[in-house]
Design a protein around this ligand. Sequence first.
Ligand code: NAP
Length: 373
Amino acid sequence: MKLKRILKRIVKWSGVGLLVALFVGGLLLFIAYWRSTNDCESLTAVQGESMKAIVYCEYGSPEVLKLETIAKPIPNDDQVLIKVRAASINPYDWHFMRGEPYVMRLGTGLRKPESARLGVDFSGTVEGVGKNITQFKPGNEVYGGKTGAFAEYVVMLEKYLIPKPENLSFEQAGAVQIAGMTALQGLRDKGKLQPGQRVLINGASGGVGTFAVQIAKTLGADATGVCSTRNADLVRSIGADHVIDYTKEDYTKGAARYDLILDMVGNHGLLANRRALKPEGNYVMIGGPKGRWLAPMDSVLRAFLLKPFVKQQMGFMISTINRDDLLHLRDLMQSGKVNPVIDRRYNGLTELPEAIRYVEEGHARGKVVIALE
Ligand SMILES: NC(=O)c1ccc[n+]([C@@H]2O[C@H](COP(=O)([O-])OP(=O)(O)OC[C@H]3O[C@@H](n4cnc5c(N)ncnc54)[C@H](OP(=O)(O)O)[C@@H]3O)[C@@H](O)[C@H]2O)c1
């Protein structure tokens, strides 16, 4: 009887504790939501030299993107100032623009984007260097990734700035950073792809996919690209050994078994993907279906939960910036083994909202770039 009373009391106070925690958590979230603000006002209050840049003060559709005059950045002793000649668009950019899935707003600003600047991938010409810079001088042609790349100028540390190979145009070099690094790290590091192995690349005609097909070939793999009918020739032309037209065939129901599936689309469940893997195969999730609240993070969670129960490796990968990888990718491009595929070229930052709208539709064929004068 005594034990029953103690248990009852534990249940009662746990319930009360949970309710209080929920109430306090909700209240804190509500306060944080309404206090959430950004640097918009200070950004557009310009003193000294200025430049044009894309600024977004609210989350939303491409209409929230405004071309504003803001302060031109001044490099410190360890930074390089670059005049942007081209910038490319990634799904990453519209996720930040919309603040979706909402769960990401815990990090990017609950009600408004904490940082009002957008864009990552760029290429350009060095305009100025800080006094500790040794590898670059004005006039050098470079490329890299820096938050706020949808602007006339960026500043960044020299560590992650890469000399542009002469055989690449500014548009091509400005299209490399996110998609190229993701493809390389997904196949080689997370996917552990070995020469002679069979890899299936789902979403082979997109920004990441067009790099992945070419990089898979440099790793000596047998590459199968999944794309639609209209993109089959493109995917073959960049080196795919086999093409599966997703409008006619479901790769998870075919007879072929793969050592690695690199998935940029996430349109098949984990168990279906598992069926298409060899017993020791590896499934690397790069992207997934759009969703307002959680997706594609829910698939990541499911893969995590499934992992202990299956023999195959199943997991999500987020690419990271690493100088050795950037240089390796540069070498592959310099030697002509990997060529960034450009789908559309938009002119100037004024066309950026249109370019983002196009990428958001999810049917880009390679990379979409903005060319700047
Ligand atoms: N984890 C990371 O670090 C990381 C890094 C970069 C990107 N990502 C994510 O990876 C995904 C792909 O990025 P991306 O830059 O390659 O995007 P993208 O360029 O917009 O990809 C568009 C391509 O996907 C193809 N596609 C659409 N539905 C398909 C289907 N059912 N089967 C096969 N292909 C299909 C489209 O071809 P059709 O027009 O023929 O349909 C189009 O060519 C995104 O979700 C992105 O957020 C993740």
